[in-house]
Design a protein around this ligand. Structure first.
Ligand code: AR6
Length: 202
């Protein structure tokens, strides 16, 4: 967790980088979490994450955009994976994307909130971060998993995402930079607010 001194330092960094927060997570390295608005298919990172479904054979939303931008070879490789359980993750190459890898994770479908949705969503972030670190990625970008077609309430999803990412960066120092790539302003603001309240400690 973050000390008060660190917190004031981070607020400065937060302003300076307009949406990126820097936290000294101990262990010598400075790990970054950033929030930007944009199209994840254009994002240059070692790995981008795909908000997939359990079949891993493509779909709409960000999944469709990633498959279109990567080209048909991505679907070919996905066919060999045998699907993926909710909250778990599988990795492929990025093909025509600027990213070297795509990490595919099916987030939970929102079913009212008492079906373990928050834990399953946290699992999707943790599994993806772990897989990225195991594959020597230093930079990874996430879309807002489950908040489109899967109907997860945006504010709750954002709180789960930033908490899970920060907890991971506290424990594991293999990754250097994690970016939330938000497709619209409403989503960007939800992640900014979630990050700010995590820093404030509420
Ligand atoms: N870059 C970044 N974010 C994007 C992009 C993009 N190019 N396109 C959409 N988003 P969704 P889910 C945002 O529905 O809720 C698919 O059919 C979008 O605005 O893509 O996890 C899969 O195959 C929203 O904020 O994913 C599954 O069947 C976020 O990405 C199902 O949808 C997630 O929306 C998964 O549903």
């Amino acid at each position: 967790s973050i000390s008060m001194k660190r917190e004031s330092e981070m607020k400065n960094m937060y302003t300076e980088f307009a949406g990126a927060g820097t936290r000294d997570t101990g262990g010598g390295g400075i790990d970054m979490i950033g929030i930007v608005k944009g199209d994840i298919t254009k994002f240059r990172a070692d790995a981008i994450v795909n908000a997939a479904n359990t079949g891993l054979l493509g779909g709409g939303g960000v999944d469709g955009a990633i498959h279109r931008a990567a080209g048909p070879e991505l679907l070919e490789e996905c066919r060999t994976l045998g699907g993926c359980k909710t909250g778990e993750a599988k990795i492929t190459k990025g093909y025509r994307l600027p990213a070297r890898f795509v990490i595919h994770t099916p987030g939970p479908v929102w079913r009212g909130g008492d079906h373990g949705e928050e834990e399953l969503l946290a699992n999707s972030y943790r599994s993806s971060l772990t897989l990225a670190a195991e594959n020597d990625c230093k930079t990874i970008a996430f879309p807002s998993i489950s908040t489109g077609v899967y109907g997860f309430p945006l504010d709750r999803a954002a709180a789960v995402a930033v908490k899970t990412i920060c907890d991971f960066l506290d424990r594991d120092h293999r990754l250097g930079e994690v970016t939330m790539v938000c497709f619209d302003e409403k989503t960007r603001k939800a992640y900014e607010d979630a990050m700010a309240s995590l820093y404030r400690g509420n």
